[in-house]
Ligand binder design. Sequence first.
Ligand code: ZN
Length: 252
Amino acid sequence: PHPAHPQTPGPYQPPAGPYTQAPGPYAPAPVPYPQAPGPYPLAAACQVCGAAPAAPVTVRGHQGMVVVMRFLRRQGAFCRTCALASFRDMQADTMVMGWWGPLSVLITPFVLLANLSALSGIRRIPGPVTPGWRPPLDPGKPVFRRPAGILALVPLGLLGLVVLAVPLLMLVGMLAGPDGGDGHPTLTAGSCARNDAPWPEQSLRPVGCGSPEAQYRVVDPTDGPCASRDYAADPEYSEDGVTSLCLHALKR
Ligand SMILES: [Zn+2]
């Protein structure tokens, strides 16, 4: 007996071709990234290096140049590595170049925040499984371990102070008491008022001009100077808290 063929075709034969792939760690396991239709469906390959998987990514940059400014945008299908590199480059550049203009100072924080939300999407892209035709971009160091990120701590710190200061000032204002809440009613020009305390003490309150209680007509000093015999109301009786309204004695 002599075997005609050393190997007879069996019932199981792996298909030949470039796509023959032994079941590796990735083949049988379901892809952790949801394939369900979403706002970020996986694209075929990274447009920079060709690796897969890749997803649509948009990172933005901003340059302030005192008078003019530039909005930068890098958009496309990126693998996780190239997307991270693009994010870090744009973010670091914006942290240095973004602040230089009156409008740019306001725009830059929003660009940085938009990139942070893009970063959370980038982190959801699975790491490259299929290598590309060229090496991916170098992600380099994280933004805050670059000189740009360290420099940006100054404007970011100032920004944080402003953001903290606004509610703090509002709190101080509330603790100081609302206007008129501590016995200081607000007087308006043209209305009439009465002082319930003996001058020079002031306990002013608005009264109707037709009322027999009315003693003074309230005059705004910006409309004209107070008459020589007018009283000056304390500033806390004015609407803005700084104007000293004139109190012109009503003739009886
Ligand atoms: Zn890539």
